[in-house]
Design a protein around this ligand. Structure first.
Ligand SMILES: [Zn+2]
Length: 428
Protein backbone atom coordinates (compact mmCIF):
# COMPACT_ATOMS: atom_id res chain seq x y z
CA UNK A 1 0.00 0.00 0.00
CA UNK A 2 1.28 3.47 -0.91
CA UNK A 3 0.97 6.12 1.77
CA UNK A 4 0.03 9.47 0.20
CA UNK A 5 -0.42 12.82 1.86
CA UNK A 6 -2.15 15.74 0.24
CA UNK A 7 -1.88 19.39 1.10
CA UNK A 8 -4.46 22.06 0.30
CA UNK A 9 -4.42 25.73 1.20
CA UNK A 10 -6.91 28.49 0.78
CA UNK A 11 -7.06 32.23 1.33
CA UNK A 12 -10.28 34.17 1.02
CA UNK A 13 -9.27 36.36 -1.92
CA UNK A 14 -8.17 33.42 -3.98
CA UNK A 15 -11.21 31.40 -3.25
CA UNK A 16 -13.37 34.17 -4.64
CA UNK A 17 -11.41 34.85 -7.79
CA UNK A 18 -9.33 31.93 -8.82
CA UNK A 19 -11.68 29.18 -7.87
CA UNK A 20 -8.93 27.51 -5.94
CA UNK A 21 -11.29 26.59 -3.21
CA UNK A 22 -10.55 23.83 -0.78
CA UNK A 23 -13.08 21.37 -2.14
CA UNK A 24 -11.84 21.84 -5.69
CA UNK A 25 -8.24 21.31 -4.62
CA UNK A 26 -9.22 18.18 -2.71
CA UNK A 27 -11.15 16.88 -5.68
CA UNK A 28 -8.19 17.42 -8.02
CA UNK A 29 -5.86 15.59 -5.66
CA UNK A 30 -8.27 12.72 -5.10
CA UNK A 31 -8.89 12.30 -8.84
CA UNK A 32 -5.18 12.37 -9.54
CA UNK A 33 -4.51 9.61 -7.04
CA UNK A 34 -7.37 7.48 -8.34
CA UNK A 35 -5.99 7.74 -11.84
CA UNK A 36 -2.34 7.16 -11.01
CA UNK A 37 -2.28 4.69 -8.16
CA UNK A 38 -4.13 1.55 -7.23
CA UNK A 39 -3.48 0.44 -3.71
CA UNK A 40 -3.08 3.59 -1.66
CA UNK A 41 -4.13 5.46 1.44
CA UNK A 42 -4.68 9.20 1.08
CA UNK A 43 -4.77 11.73 3.90
CA UNK A 44 -5.23 15.43 3.14
CA UNK A 45 -4.04 18.34 5.28
CA UNK A 46 -6.15 21.47 5.06
CA UNK A 47 -4.76 24.94 5.67
CA UNK A 48 -7.22 27.79 5.95
CA UNK A 49 -6.56 31.48 5.43
CA UNK A 50 -2.76 31.30 5.50
CA UNK A 51 -0.46 33.06 3.09
CA UNK A 52 2.24 31.18 1.23
CA UNK A 53 4.78 33.83 2.08
CA UNK A 54 6.16 31.90 4.99
CA UNK A 55 6.55 28.25 5.86
CA UNK A 56 5.30 28.97 9.33
CA UNK A 57 1.87 27.53 8.70
CA UNK A 58 0.42 25.10 11.27
CA UNK A 59 -0.88 22.50 8.82
CA UNK A 60 2.24 22.58 6.67
CA UNK A 61 4.38 22.07 9.77
CA UNK A 62 2.03 19.29 10.80
CA UNK A 63 2.43 17.70 7.38
CA UNK A 64 6.22 17.91 7.53
CA UNK A 65 6.22 16.23 10.94
CA UNK A 66 3.76 13.56 9.93
CA UNK A 67 5.24 12.50 6.58
CA UNK A 68 8.53 11.82 8.33
CA UNK A 69 6.99 9.72 11.08
CA UNK A 70 4.48 7.94 8.88
CA UNK A 71 7.12 7.14 6.22
CA UNK A 72 4.98 8.61 3.48
CA UNK A 73 5.66 7.66 -0.13
CA UNK A 74 4.23 10.72 -1.82
CA UNK A 75 3.00 14.20 -1.11
CA UNK A 76 0.52 15.51 -3.64
CA UNK A 77 -0.62 19.11 -3.84
CA UNK A 78 -2.82 21.06 -6.19
CA UNK A 79 -0.32 23.56 -7.58
CA UNK A 80 3.03 25.02 -6.68
CA UNK A 81 1.68 28.27 -5.35
CA UNK A 82 -0.36 26.33 -2.78
CA UNK A 83 2.88 25.09 -1.30
CA UNK A 84 5.06 28.19 -1.25
CA UNK A 85 5.76 31.35 -3.18
CA UNK A 86 9.30 31.68 -2.00
CA UNK A 87 11.94 30.04 -4.12
CA UNK A 88 14.28 29.55 -1.17
CA UNK A 89 11.52 27.84 0.77
CA UNK A 90 10.80 25.65 -2.22
CA UNK A 91 14.44 24.56 -2.43
CA UNK A 92 14.29 23.76 1.26
CA UNK A 93 11.09 21.77 0.95
CA UNK A 94 12.38 19.78 -2.01
CA UNK A 95 15.53 18.99 -0.10
CA UNK A 96 13.51 17.89 2.89
CA UNK A 97 11.31 15.53 0.87
CA UNK A 98 14.33 14.25 -1.01
CA UNK A 99 16.16 13.41 2.17
CA UNK A 100 13.15 11.54 3.46
CA UNK A 101 12.72 9.78 0.13
CA UNK A 102 9.26 11.17 -0.43
CA UNK A 103 8.00 11.96 -3.91
CA UNK A 104 6.56 15.42 -4.39
CA UNK A 105 3.85 15.88 -7.00
CA UNK A 106 2.17 19.01 -8.25
CA UNK A 107 -1.02 18.09 -10.11
CA UNK A 108 -1.84 21.28 -11.99
CA UNK A 109 1.66 21.75 -13.35
CA UNK A 110 1.95 17.99 -13.95
CA UNK A 111 5.26 18.02 -12.22
CA UNK A 112 7.01 15.25 -10.46
CA UNK A 113 9.45 17.15 -8.33
CA UNK A 114 11.46 14.09 -7.52
CA UNK A 115 12.88 14.15 -11.05
CA UNK A 116 15.49 16.56 -12.32
CA UNK A 117 13.29 17.53 -15.25
CA UNK A 118 10.39 18.29 -12.95
CA UNK A 119 12.55 20.51 -10.84
CA UNK A 120 14.17 22.42 -13.64
CA UNK A 121 10.64 23.04 -14.93
CA UNK A 122 9.65 24.58 -11.64
CA UNK A 123 12.59 26.90 -11.46
CA UNK A 124 12.04 28.02 -15.03
CA UNK A 125 8.31 28.49 -14.74
CA UNK A 126 6.67 31.89 -14.60
CA UNK A 127 5.60 31.54 -11.01
CA UNK A 128 9.15 31.59 -9.78
CA UNK A 129 10.83 33.46 -12.59
CA UNK A 130 10.97 36.71 -10.73
CA UNK A 131 12.23 35.21 -7.52
CA UNK A 132 14.74 33.16 -9.38
CA UNK A 133 16.10 36.32 -10.98
CA UNK A 134 17.24 37.41 -7.53
CA UNK A 135 19.57 34.46 -7.49
CA UNK A 136 21.22 35.60 -10.67
CA UNK A 137 24.27 33.62 -11.61
CA UNK A 138 27.74 35.14 -11.93
CA UNK A 139 27.66 34.53 -15.64
CA UNK A 140 24.46 36.50 -16.01
CA UNK A 141 25.83 39.31 -13.87
CA UNK A 142 28.85 39.55 -16.19
CA UNK A 143 26.55 39.70 -19.18
CA UNK A 144 24.48 42.42 -17.49
CA UNK A 145 27.59 44.45 -16.73
CA UNK A 146 28.70 44.21 -20.35
CA UNK A 147 25.27 45.36 -21.51
CA UNK A 148 25.40 48.35 -19.15
CA UNK A 149 28.77 49.41 -20.55
CA UNK A 150 27.29 49.23 -24.05
CA UNK A 151 24.34 51.38 -22.97
CA UNK A 152 21.88 48.51 -23.22
CA UNK A 153 19.19 47.74 -20.69
CA UNK A 154 19.30 44.02 -19.89
CA UNK A 155 16.47 43.78 -17.33
CA UNK A 156 12.94 42.66 -18.18
CA UNK A 157 10.97 45.63 -16.91
CA UNK A 158 11.93 49.18 -17.86
CA UNK A 159 11.85 51.83 -15.12
CA UNK A 160 8.71 53.95 -14.87
CA UNK A 161 9.04 56.86 -17.29
CA UNK A 162 11.12 54.91 -19.79
CA UNK A 163 10.40 52.55 -22.65
CA UNK A 164 12.77 49.87 -23.80
CA UNK A 165 13.33 50.11 -27.55
CA UNK A 166 16.01 48.00 -29.25
CA UNK A 167 17.44 47.11 -25.83
CA UNK A 168 17.92 50.77 -24.88
CA UNK A 169 15.96 53.11 -22.63
CA UNK A 170 14.14 56.12 -24.03
CA UNK A 171 11.80 58.54 -22.24
CA UNK A 172 8.27 57.22 -22.65
CA UNK A 173 5.56 58.98 -24.63
CA UNK A 174 3.08 58.07 -21.90
CA UNK A 175 2.44 61.46 -20.31
CA UNK A 176 0.89 59.98 -17.18
CA UNK A 177 4.11 58.15 -16.34
CA UNK A 178 6.16 61.29 -16.92
CA UNK A 179 3.81 63.33 -14.75
CA UNK A 180 4.13 60.81 -11.94
CA UNK A 181 7.92 60.88 -12.10
CA UNK A 182 7.94 64.67 -12.07
CA UNK A 183 5.48 64.78 -9.22
CA UNK A 184 7.61 62.40 -7.14
CA UNK A 185 10.84 64.35 -7.58
CA UNK A 186 9.13 67.72 -7.23
CA UNK A 187 7.37 66.92 -3.92
CA UNK A 188 10.31 65.16 -2.36
CA UNK A 189 12.98 67.64 -3.44
CA UNK A 190 10.86 70.48 -2.03
CA UNK A 191 10.10 68.39 1.04
CA UNK A 192 6.40 69.10 0.77
CA UNK A 193 5.66 65.39 1.07
CA UNK A 194 7.66 62.40 2.20
CA UNK A 195 7.71 59.30 0.07
CA UNK A 196 4.96 57.58 2.04
CA UNK A 197 2.69 60.56 1.46
CA UNK A 198 3.73 60.76 -2.18
CA UNK A 199 2.61 57.16 -2.60
CA UNK A 200 -0.82 58.09 -1.19
CA UNK A 201 -1.06 61.17 -3.33
CA UNK A 202 -0.17 59.30 -6.54
CA UNK A 203 -3.02 56.95 -5.87
CA UNK A 204 -5.40 59.86 -5.38
CA UNK A 205 -4.23 62.00 -8.30
CA UNK A 206 -3.40 59.42 -10.92
CA UNK A 207 -5.37 56.39 -9.74
CA UNK A 208 -2.05 54.58 -9.90
CA UNK A 209 -0.91 52.23 -7.20
CA UNK A 210 2.68 52.56 -6.12
CA UNK A 211 4.13 51.20 -2.91
CA UNK A 212 5.99 53.74 -0.76
CA UNK A 213 9.14 51.66 -1.07
CA UNK A 214 8.86 51.93 -4.83
CA UNK A 215 8.62 55.72 -4.59
CA UNK A 216 11.81 55.65 -2.56
CA UNK A 217 13.51 53.35 -5.05
CA UNK A 218 12.63 55.76 -7.84
CA UNK A 219 14.07 58.74 -5.99
CA UNK A 220 17.29 56.83 -5.36
CA UNK A 221 17.54 55.51 -8.95
CA UNK A 222 20.22 57.39 -10.89
CA UNK A 223 18.68 56.35 -14.18
CA UNK A 224 16.51 59.47 -13.87
CA UNK A 225 19.62 61.64 -14.28
CA UNK A 226 20.76 59.45 -17.14
CA UNK A 227 23.25 57.38 -15.16
CA UNK A 228 23.25 53.62 -14.79
CA UNK A 229 24.90 52.18 -11.71
CA UNK A 230 24.85 48.39 -11.55
CA UNK A 231 27.00 46.48 -9.08
CA UNK A 232 29.88 48.90 -9.31
CA UNK A 233 29.66 49.43 -13.07
CA UNK A 234 28.75 53.04 -13.79
CA UNK A 235 27.73 54.37 -17.18
CA UNK A 236 27.44 58.16 -16.89
CA UNK A 237 25.87 58.64 -20.29
CA UNK A 238 23.38 55.86 -20.25
CA UNK A 239 20.12 57.44 -21.30
CA UNK A 240 18.31 60.74 -21.61
CA UNK A 241 17.72 62.16 -18.10
CA UNK A 242 14.20 63.01 -16.93
CA UNK A 243 15.28 64.99 -13.88
CA UNK A 244 17.95 67.65 -13.34
CA UNK A 245 20.93 66.76 -11.17
CA UNK A 246 20.09 69.52 -8.73
CA UNK A 247 16.52 68.30 -8.12
CA UNK A 248 17.70 64.69 -7.98
CA UNK A 249 20.29 65.42 -5.30
CA UNK A 250 17.83 67.38 -3.17
CA UNK A 251 15.23 64.63 -3.42
CA UNK A 252 17.88 62.04 -2.61
CA UNK A 253 18.89 63.87 0.54
CA UNK A 254 15.28 64.11 1.69
CA UNK A 255 14.74 60.44 1.07
CA UNK A 256 17.74 59.13 2.97
CA UNK A 257 15.95 58.84 6.27
CA UNK A 258 13.73 55.79 6.34
CA UNK A 259 10.24 56.81 7.36
CA UNK A 260 8.31 54.84 9.91
CA UNK A 261 5.12 53.26 8.74
CA UNK A 262 2.99 55.38 11.08
CA UNK A 263 3.57 58.19 8.63
CA UNK A 264 0.75 56.54 6.79
CA UNK A 265 -1.66 58.03 9.30
CA UNK A 266 -4.44 60.12 7.87
CA UNK A 267 -4.77 63.77 8.62
CA UNK A 268 -7.90 65.85 9.00
CA UNK A 269 -6.26 69.00 7.67
CA UNK A 270 -3.97 67.35 5.15
CA UNK A 271 -2.09 70.01 3.14
CA UNK A 272 -4.28 72.78 4.55
CA UNK A 273 -2.32 73.99 7.56
CA UNK A 274 -0.26 77.16 7.28
CA UNK A 275 2.10 78.72 9.79
CA UNK A 276 0.88 82.31 9.75
CA UNK A 277 4.10 83.58 11.36
CA UNK A 278 6.18 82.33 8.44
CA UNK A 279 3.43 82.12 5.83
CA UNK A 280 4.59 78.57 5.09
CA UNK A 281 2.53 75.45 4.51
CA UNK A 282 3.05 73.11 7.43
CA UNK A 283 4.07 69.49 6.90
CA UNK A 284 2.26 66.51 8.37
CA UNK A 285 4.25 64.57 10.91
CA UNK A 286 3.58 62.20 13.76
CA UNK A 287 4.90 60.79 17.00
CA UNK A 288 4.22 57.71 19.03
CA UNK A 289 2.86 58.36 22.48
CA UNK A 290 2.13 56.07 25.38
CA UNK A 291 0.52 52.72 24.56
CA UNK A 292 1.75 53.18 21.00
CA UNK A 293 -0.94 55.69 20.25
CA UNK A 294 0.04 57.77 17.26
CA UNK A 295 -0.31 61.51 17.54
CA UNK A 296 -0.58 63.63 14.45
CA UNK A 297 1.18 66.95 14.23
CA UNK A 298 1.84 69.65 11.69
CA UNK A 299 5.30 71.12 11.56
CA UNK A 300 6.42 74.42 10.11
CA UNK A 301 9.44 73.69 7.88
CA UNK A 302 10.65 77.25 8.50
CA UNK A 303 10.41 77.87 12.25
CA UNK A 304 10.06 74.23 13.28
CA UNK A 305 7.04 74.86 15.50
CA UNK A 306 4.54 72.06 16.02
CA UNK A 307 0.75 72.11 16.20
CA UNK A 308 -1.14 69.02 17.27
CA UNK A 309 -4.02 67.85 15.13
CA UNK A 310 -6.19 67.07 18.15
CA UNK A 311 -5.72 70.58 19.42
CA UNK A 312 -6.47 72.15 16.03
CA UNK A 313 -9.65 70.09 15.71
CA UNK A 314 -10.66 71.08 19.23
CA UNK A 315 -10.01 74.78 18.54
CA UNK A 316 -12.08 74.78 15.36
CA UNK A 317 -14.85 72.50 16.56
CA UNK A 318 -17.69 74.91 15.85
CA UNK A 319 -16.60 75.55 12.26
CA UNK A 320 -16.00 71.85 11.61
CA UNK A 321 -19.45 70.89 12.84
CA UNK A 322 -21.01 73.59 10.71
CA UNK A 323 -19.40 72.36 7.49
CA UNK A 324 -20.26 68.77 8.42
CA UNK A 325 -23.92 69.77 8.71
CA UNK A 326 -23.67 71.52 5.34
CA UNK A 327 -22.11 68.45 3.79
CA UNK A 328 -24.84 66.15 5.10
CA UNK A 329 -27.58 68.52 4.00
CA UNK A 330 -26.10 68.73 0.50
CA UNK A 331 -26.27 64.93 0.11
CA UNK A 332 -24.37 64.88 -3.18
CA UNK A 333 -21.60 63.02 -1.36
CA UNK A 334 -23.58 59.80 -1.74
CA UNK A 335 -23.46 59.85 -5.54
CA UNK A 336 -19.77 60.61 -5.60
CA UNK A 337 -19.06 57.80 -3.19
CA UNK A 338 -21.17 55.36 -5.19
CA UNK A 339 -19.25 56.31 -8.33
CA UNK A 340 -15.99 55.83 -6.51
CA UNK A 341 -17.10 52.39 -5.31
CA UNK A 342 -17.94 51.39 -8.89
CA UNK A 343 -14.54 52.57 -10.03
CA UNK A 344 -12.79 50.63 -7.29
CA UNK A 345 -14.74 47.50 -8.12
CA UNK A 346 -13.77 47.74 -11.77
CA UNK A 347 -10.15 48.31 -10.72
CA UNK A 348 -10.41 45.14 -8.69
CA UNK A 349 -11.63 43.26 -11.73
CA UNK A 350 -8.74 44.57 -13.83
CA UNK A 351 -6.40 43.57 -11.07
CA UNK A 352 -7.73 40.03 -11.08
CA UNK A 353 -7.20 39.90 -14.84
CA UNK A 354 -3.60 41.06 -14.46
CA UNK A 355 -3.01 38.53 -11.72
CA UNK A 356 -4.39 35.74 -13.87
CA UNK A 357 -2.11 36.76 -16.71
CA UNK A 358 0.74 37.03 -14.19
CA UNK A 359 1.38 40.64 -15.20
CA UNK A 360 1.68 41.51 -11.54
CA UNK A 361 3.14 39.37 -8.83
CA UNK A 362 0.80 37.78 -6.36
CA UNK A 363 1.97 39.74 -3.32
CA UNK A 364 1.24 43.04 -5.01
CA UNK A 365 -2.08 41.60 -6.05
CA UNK A 366 -2.99 40.82 -2.45
CA UNK A 367 -1.87 44.17 -1.09
CA UNK A 368 -3.72 46.17 -3.71
CA UNK A 369 -6.84 44.05 -3.69
CA UNK A 370 -7.18 44.26 0.06
CA UNK A 371 -6.49 47.98 -0.04
CA UNK A 372 -9.33 48.47 -2.55
CA UNK A 373 -11.57 46.34 -0.37
CA UNK A 374 -10.85 48.48 2.66
CA UNK A 375 -11.65 51.64 0.76
CA UNK A 376 -14.91 50.20 -0.55
CA UNK A 377 -15.94 49.23 2.98
CA UNK A 378 -15.03 52.66 4.27
CA UNK A 379 -17.07 54.37 1.53
CA UNK A 380 -20.04 52.11 2.18
CA UNK A 381 -19.87 53.01 5.85
CA UNK A 382 -19.81 56.71 4.94
CA UNK A 383 -22.84 56.31 2.67
CA UNK A 384 -24.71 54.67 5.54
CA UNK A 385 -23.75 57.51 7.85
CA UNK A 386 -25.06 60.10 5.40
CA UNK A 387 -28.32 58.19 4.91
CA UNK A 388 -28.84 57.79 8.64
CA UNK A 389 -27.68 61.37 9.25
CA UNK A 390 -25.08 60.33 11.80
CA UNK A 391 -23.17 63.56 11.58
CA UNK A 392 -21.34 64.58 14.74
CA UNK A 393 -17.90 65.49 13.37
CA UNK A 394 -16.15 63.35 15.99
CA UNK A 395 -18.07 60.24 14.90
CA UNK A 396 -16.57 60.32 11.40
CA UNK A 397 -13.44 58.54 10.23
CA UNK A 398 -10.34 60.63 9.57
CA UNK A 399 -10.62 60.19 5.83
CA UNK A 400 -14.24 61.34 5.91
CA UNK A 401 -13.29 64.34 8.06
CA UNK A 402 -10.54 65.15 5.60
CA UNK A 403 -12.95 64.94 2.67
CA UNK A 404 -15.31 67.44 4.31
CA UNK A 405 -12.44 69.77 5.19
CA UNK A 406 -11.22 69.53 1.58
CA UNK A 407 -14.61 70.51 0.28
CA UNK A 408 -15.09 73.63 2.38
CA UNK A 409 -11.79 74.77 3.84
CA UNK A 410 -9.17 76.75 1.96
CA UNK A 411 -6.64 76.75 4.74
CA UNK A 412 -6.17 76.57 8.46
CA UNK A 413 -3.92 79.32 9.74
CA UNK A 414 -2.02 78.57 12.90
CA UNK A 415 -0.93 81.56 14.93
CA UNK A 416 1.83 80.84 17.40
CA UNK A 417 1.99 82.95 20.55
CA UNK A 418 4.99 82.73 22.89
CA UNK A 419 3.39 80.01 25.01
CA UNK A 420 0.69 78.47 22.87
CA UNK A 421 -1.14 78.67 19.57
CA UNK A 422 -4.59 79.17 18.17
CA UNK A 423 -6.00 78.78 14.71
CA UNK A 424 -8.31 80.35 12.16
CA UNK A 425 -10.34 78.51 9.54
CA UNK A 426 -10.41 80.15 6.10
CA UNK A 427 -13.29 78.85 4.00
CA UNK A 428 -13.24 78.36 0.26
ZN1 LIG B 1 6.67 78.94 11.03
Amino acid sequence: MIKIFGYVRESTVQQAFFGYNIEEQKRVITEYCKYHYQDYDLEIFTEMGKSARSLNRPELQNLLDTVKKAKADKVVFHSLDRLTRDIKDLYMLIEFFDKNKIELVSVMESLDLSTAIGRSHVFNSGVYAQLESERTSERTIRAYKQAIVEGKYPFPRSPLGYDKIDKRLYPTKDTKQLEIINFIFDSISKNTLNYVEVSEEIKRRYDYWMKDDTVRDIVLNKVYIGVMDYRGIVNEEYCEPLISKEVFEKANKNCKIKKKSHWRANYVFKNKVVCSNCEQPMVQTSAKGRFKKIYSYYKCPNCGKLASEDRLVERSRVELQKITNDYFKDGSGIDEKKKRIEKLKSSQKKLVESAKKEVIDIDTFYDVFIHYDEEINELQKQIDQIKLKINPFESLSTSFKNEIVNKYVKELQVVFTPKSYHCKVVFL
